[in-house]
Design a protein around this ligand. Structure first.
Ligand SMILES: *Cc1c(COP(=O)(O)O)cnc(C)c1O
Length: 387
């Protein structure tokens, strides 16, 4: 494996890697350098909503690359303008101003900075098992100690409260609390949905105490959970939303969407070189269009239910502790560490993720159909035990 050798020699060495070299993809499938074909339930960490090389996304990237790839936000641009307008259409009412960036962590980082600026307060509350990215600010909001320990000290003013526990949250709020940041379904943390009362309660507490509610939809956005955004299910309107991952169909992009009536940000206070570049903007426009044209949000809901019920019906109940999911974000919480399961699934040509130590996580492209799901469920049964 020559690429493996090169990467091992010259890469940072900071990632856990699996022993395959992925060289191409088409639809739901990925191909390795040996010509093996895999069903992809990783989707680039939930990025590839349309699988690989979807013609609409390919065309949008091709077309825009021939016209204009780069254009910083010091200039106006047609594709950026169109996308900014489109984001208002698809996000909850009242959220109508976007800061465009290049990743989820950057979208979170911006939301954290903006909350301090807007409220004049310093502190941020996030939740146990939450994940918000790896830059210093986003990492401060992230829960997992292993991610943080080597890099201390982080940003001051962050605290973590048990997820789905309003009482503890209420106790943690102080006069310095600027914002509460929450995932509507914790992804990395083990595919855990927020309770209805919890999300509504956060909104109420934020209103009472003049705190900003930031919803991190980096993983859950753009149809993943069977709604355009996971927050749509709760009938709650946040003050800010962080977007990333699937937002541009595979091209790197992040966005921080802000409530219209919040105190204005001042010019020059934040920025990023690649933010709002026309290539990513056009890919994102094509993403939003394709989600609608191919009814993928509805399909995510329907096929997500099918996936979950097939797992329930076919997997040995004795093998797992819990089976849960929202749309095409599905997790099986096992009774033991899942590393070996993931490796065996890969040997059987199904690629999945972990979420924490105990959860096998499936976040496939939204184009996955029932046949693929049957194969994935069948293979999972072979590995963890059939009912
Ligand atoms: C992946 C993720 C991030 C970080 O996004 P990056 O693009 O990796 O920086 C932030 N929040 C959530 C909920 C995520 O799933």
């Amino acid at each position: 494996m020559i690429y493996k050798d090169l990467e091992d020699r010259y890469g940072s060495g900071i990632y856990y890697k699996r022993d395959i070299e992925i060289v191409s993809g088409k639809g739901i499938y990925l191909y390795d350098s040996q010509g093996n074909k895999y069903i992809d339930c990783v989707a680039g960490h939930g990025v590839c909503l349309f699988g690989h090389s979807h013609p609409k996304i390919v065309q949008a990237i091709k077309d825009q690359s021939e016209v204009l790839i780069s254009c910083p936000e010091i200039f106006y641009n047609d594709k950026r303008a169109e996308l900014l307008e489109k984001i208002v259409d698809i996000t909850p009412k009242g959220l109508s101003k976007s800061f465009l960036s290049n990743s989820g962590a950057e979208a979170v980082e911006a939301a954290l900075k903006f909350s301090r600026k807007i409220t004049g307060k310093t502190d941020i509350i996030s939740f146990t098992f939450g994940f918000h990215g790896r830059t210093m600010g986003a990492l401060s909001a992230t829960w997992k100690a292993e991610y943080k320990k080597p890099f201390l000290p982080l940003v001051p003013g962050f605290s973590h409260v048990p997820y789905n526990n309003l009482e503890k949250l209420q106790d943690a709020i102080t006069e310095n609390t600027a914002a509460i940041i929450v995932e509507p379904v914790q992804g990395e943390g083990g595919v855990k949905p927020a309770n209805m009362d919890f999300m509504k309660g956060i909104r109420e507490l934020c209103d009472e105490r003049e705190i900003l509610m930031i919803v991190d939809e980096v993983q859950t956005g753009f149809g993943r959970t069977g709604e355009m955004f996971a927050i749509d299910r709760y009938n709650v309107i946040p003050d800010m939303m962080c977007l990333g991952k699937g937002i541009a169909g595979g091209i790197p992009m992040g966005a921080t969407v802000i409530r219209e009536d919040l105190k204005k940000l001042d010019r020059g206070e934040h920025g990023t070189t690649f933010g709002g570049n026309p290539l990513a903007c056009n890919a994102s426009l094509a993403t939003i269009e394709t989600l609608k044209e191919e009814k993928l949000i509805e399909k995510s809901k329907e096929n997500g239910k099918y996936f979950l019920s097939q797992l329930k019906n076919n997997i040995d109940e004795a093998a797992y502790r819990d089976l849960r999911g929202v749309g095409l974000m599905i997790g099986i919480e096992m009774k033991q560490k899942v590393g070996p399961y993931i490796a065996q699934l890969m040997e059987k040509k199904v690629l999945c993720l972990v979420a924490g130590k105990l959860v096998v996580r499936y976040i496939p492209p939204l184009i996955i159909d029932k046949n693929h799901i049957d194969t994935v469920v069948d293979t999972t049964g072979e590995v963890v035990g059939r009912s």
